[in-house]
Design a protein around this ligand. Structure first.
Ligand code: UDP
Ligand code: MG
Length: 332
């Protein structure tokens, strides 16, 4: 049996150009963690920042060695940075949160209490968001759409912010998927899970690091990684089209036989070109959409089979640098 870790709680935080918020984060986090009364560590992952983030993180580590720093070799993206952090966390419990203090560290106490009750995952559910209406609407729509099509039940309005047990974190970090959608994988992994509600505050400082394009990529990873419903769309639309054309055929036969006027014409005058063009365009469009959907899956299969590491560590402070354990490049 492996010796039990000395660290009771690890907190994994990905940081991308977060120089503005780091001093605030450090103070609030330290304050909240000291109240726990057990040994903790914070694993801060610098996701290839271009500002002073890494320098600030190094200074944090120099002052307090419980802040461990992983510097990635470039910007790999939020989900990859999270995976990197998980691979380096050693605590008996592991928490994941954002750097911008939208996830209040104070609720960790409640989360840990739930873990002690026997849950393996305690995720935070956003009761209220202090973000603009458009973003809130988009999130609400996305989570509901995902619930409709996903093959595992991903709790509504839960983000990545959570605390998990050691055994759960071990399961999670060994999942070798390249297109990571952490909250989906978390739901997929099972065990006993529960949510705690909280109010999501606004970002404490700096700008969002999730422009619309990155958010869309994350949303698509969520849908395509946890559902094959879009692929089956072709079958349904195909059946629909067959049904429609049967109805149209019956109608045309009736039109010819009964000789009534439809849109001012009898069938004999054959004014059908508009309908023909319309139908051709309609099915051309459907085919392109479906081809695109297949492309999305194909592209993801391509990324998966390449088996490249999800992240590369450039430098680590306070922990031994590890490379992605799930990539074949590191297994051979
Ligand atoms: N982040 C990251 N890499 C990226 C983009 C974001 O590590 O490429 C981190 C960022 O520093 C923050 C977290 O992911 O800790 C969430 O980002 P942000 O708060 O900007 O997203 P939002 O809350 O606006 O959706
Ligand atoms: Mg944020």
């Amino acid at each position: 049996m492996e010796p039990r870790s000395q660290t009771a709680l690890s907190i994994v935080i990905p940081c991308y150009n977060e120089a503005d918020v780091l001093p605030l984060l450090h103070d609030r986090l330290t304050q909240a963690l000291e109240k726990l009364g057990s040994p903790w560590e914070v694993v801060l992952v610098d996701d290839g920042s271009r500002d002073a983030t890494f320098a600030l993180l190094c200074a944090m580590h120099a002052r307090d060695a419980r802040f461990k720093i992983i510097g990635l070799s470039r910007n790999f993206g939020h989900q990859a940075a999270l995976s990197a952090g998980l691979a380096h966390a050693t605590g008996e419990a592991v928490a994941v949160m954002d750097a911008d203090l939208q996830d209040p560290p104070e609720i960790l106490t409640d989360c840990l209490a739930k873990l002690r009750e026997g849950f393996d995952v305690v995720y935070a559910v956003r009761r209220k968001r202090k973000e603009n209406l458009l973003k809130r609407g988009a999130y609400a729509l996305f989570y509901r759409l995902l619930k409709l099509v996903a093959e595992v039940e991903i709790p509504l309005d839960s983000g990545d912010f959570c605390v998990m047990s050691r055994r759960f974190a071990d399961v999670l970090r060994q999942i070798p998927e390249r297109n990571v959608f952490l909250r989906g994988l978390r739901a997929w992994s099972g065990f006993r899970q529960t949510g705690v509600e909280y109010e999501r505050s606004a970002r404490a400082a700096g700008q969002t690091k999730y422009p619309f394009t990155k958010l869309l990529k994350l949303a698509m990873d969520g849908v395509f990684a946890f559902s094959t419903v879009p692929l089956r769309l072709a079958t349904w639309l195909g059946f629909g089209a067959v049904g429609l054309s049967l109805c149209a055929g019956l109608f045309i036969i009736g039109w010819r036989l009964a000789g009534f006027r439809f849109m001012g014409h009898t069938a004999q005058e054959l004014p059908g070109w508009a309908a023909v063009v319309g139908v051709a365009l309609f099915f051309g469009g459907i085919q392109l959409v479906l081809l695109g959907i297949m492309g999305e899956y194909l592209g993801r299969i391509y990324t998966e089979v390449k088996h490249r590491p999800r992240w590369v560590v450039r430098q680590a402070l306070g922990v031994r640098a590890a490379q992605d354990p799930t990539s074949s490049a590191n297994n051979s």
